[in-house]
Structure formats: structure tokens, C-alpha cells
Design a protein around this ligand. Structure first.
Ligand code: SF4
Length: 302
């Protein structure tokens, strides 16, 4: 069996439920998706073809022209919600329940007078939704970014797709740098993210290289590829089967396959079929345009 799948891979329930809700929407031309529904080019293309309006995540400050606005699984702040409804927009809310859990934990800390610290990527759409309602906050993407905070009480939550090891190291560093403060941590990493990463860890010792399928802007897909590289194996991040390079693939006898939480099952299947074709015959079509070797840094993919 030359291609070995991770036991858990691909689309999570949060994205699947959002897509199911989209399918039930009539008159898509009257709906603007407020940012990228998912960080997956294939899915976004399908929605565009159906007629949905879309604004990029960086252009959300302008009011959408349509009467209905779809809130993505990444969620938005209450402040943003009010801005849209005050302008007469009807909201279709597909916020993932596990993102709502992060918001609830953050608001609980804020209400109790804690300074909020979010472990996550500054400016990421989910993180923006979490912090916009909380005046006293910091966003910390790495251990190196942790500092000493003036507040006596620090409440820590995570962006839902944060690697558990990163969250643990950041919390430990916050405690080390702030011995004067009460540090209270609520683990808000979502279960699908944990399951994908655990399944990849089980896969890695069984293969020589791993193909990771998912959108170029997908945080959790990039994280999966980074884990492969950190383990010491070559990783190839592809959006679809056409990104595969037969010359690269055929250097290996056993190739692992995993996929980010916004990747369609049909895309994973198509990549698997192409991989199997390459490994069992001389299929030299395609080009691996997003490839990583044994490097610990994958610049350009984050
Ligand atoms: S990755 Fe996690 S938080 Fe994000 S949509 Fe999926 S289940 Fe929800």
C-alpha cells in the first residue's frame, strides 16, 4: 500500500455544517460572504459560481452591498455584528460552535477583570472576532512574543487551531515572565484540530514523505505540513492533484496523506488517486508547486 492516509483528515464538522447551511440558501446573489468562508480555493470557487458575493478578509470594513450577510465559521465580534445589523443587514450565522466557545471564554475573563491574552496569529479573522469586544488584550503568536504584563490577573485562551504544544509553551512562558500575576488558562483548542495532529503523529513513523492537502491560506493545513518537516520528513503542500510532481513523489515508496479541516473529501480522494497512479506507474503529469524539503521554516505558506 504505497499511499497511507492519516486516520483522521480533511473537513471538520464546523466547515461541513457551514457548507450545508450554504446549500440551503436561496437567491445566493442577495448574500455576501463576510470574508473567506473557508481557506480553501476549491470551495470558494464553487460558491462564486453559485452567485454568492464575497469580500476578502482585509476588505470587510466596507459595508456589503447585498441585504443579507453571511458570517463565516470563523465568527465575528459583537461589535461587528451590531455594525452590520444597524446598517439594516440580515445576518446568516455559520459561526462554528467551537469558535463561540472561545468567544465565551474570552468574555468571561473580560467580565471578571482579567487582561485577555489570545494565543494565535495577530490579524487572523478568528482572532479579530475574539478580541474586538475586549478592550484589554494581547495576541501572542509565539513564546518569543510573550512579555511581562502590568495587569495583576491574566486570562489566556487560544485560537481554535493552535497547536497544543505551542499553547502549553506560551502559557508556561507567561507564568515565568509574570510571577506577580494570577494566570488563568482556558484551553479552547478545537477537537478536530487535535485529532488531525494526533493522527498525523501516528502516521509519520510509517512513511517516507507526506502530502498535505489544503488551501494556501489555511492555518491548520500549514501547521500539518510544518509538523511533517519538524519530524524530519519531506512535505508537499498541495491545493489539489495538479500540484503534485511525479519526480518528487516517485522518490519514495510509502507516502502519507493528510488534509486540513477545510479540504473537501473529493479533493483528498483525487489527490490520493493521482498519487497512487504516480507510485504505481510512470505518471509524470503535474508539478509540485508548493513543496517543502527537510526545512524547519516554510516561509510563504503562513
Ligand atoms: S477547525 Fe475547529 S473551530 Fe474551526 S470550524 Fe473546524 S471544528 Fe470549528
Amino acid at each position: 500500500m504505497p499511499v497511507i492516509r492519516a486516520n483522521v483528515l480533511g473537513m471538520c464538522f464546523g466547515v461541513r455544517d457551514a457548507l450545508t447551511a450554504m446549500r440551503a440558501i436561496d437567491a445566493p446573489q442577495s448574500v455576501t460572504i463576510h470574508g473567506e468562508l473557508v481557506h480553501n480555493e476549491v470551495v470558494l470557487h464553487q460558491l462564486r459560481v453559485r452567485g454568492f458575493g464575497m469580500v476578502g478578509e482585509a476588505e470587510r470594513d466596507a459595508l456589503p452591498a447585498t441585504p443579507r450577510v453571511l458570517v463565516t465559521a470563523h465568527g465575528i465580534s459583537d461589535r461587528e455584528r451590531r455594525r452590520l445589523t444597524d446598517a439594516g443587514k440580515t445576518l446568516i450565522d455559520t459561526t462554528c460552535p467551537l469558535v463561540k466557545r472561545v468567544h465565551a471564554a474570552a468574555m468571561k475573563f473580560a467580565a471578571a477583570g482579567f487582561h485577555l491574552i489570545v494565543v494565535g496569529k495577530p490579524g487572523h479573522v478568528e482572532v479579530r472576532g475574539i478580541v474586538e469586544d475586549v478592550p484589554s488584550h494581547d495576541v501572542v503568536p509565539s513564546v518569543a512574543a510573550v512579555r511581562t504584563y502590568a495587569a495583576a490577573r491574566l486570562g489566556v485562551v487560544c485560537q481554535s487551531t493552535t497547536p497544543p504544544e505551542l499553547a502549553a509553551s506560551v502559557v508556561a512562558e507567561i507564568r515565568r515572565r509574570n510571577p506577580h500575576a494570577e494566570v488563568n488558562y482556558t484551553d479552547t483548542i478545537c477537537r478536530p484540530t487535535r485529532d488531525h495532529q494526533r493522527a498525523l503523529a501516528e502516521l509519520l513513523p510509517r512513511v517516507e514523505a507526506v502530502v498535505v492537502v489544503g488551501g494556501r491560506n489555511s492555518n491548520n493545513t500549514v501547521e500539518l505540513a510544518r509538523r511533517v518537516v519538524d519530524f524530519g520528513l519531506p512535505a508537499c503542500h498541495v491545493v489539489g492533484p495538479d500540484d503534485l510532481d511525479a519526480d518528487w513523489v516517485t522518490r519514495f515508496e510509502r507516502v502519507g496523506l493528510t488534509a486540513g479541516t477545510s479540504t473537501l473529501a473529493e479533493t483528498v480522494d483525487a489527490v490520493e488517486r493521482r498519487l497512487e497512479g504516480m507510485l504505481s506507474a510512470d505518471d509524470s503529469s503535474g508539478a509540485c508547486r508548493i513543496r517543502t524539503g527537510n526545512q524547519s521554516v516554510m516561509s510563504g505558506l503562513l
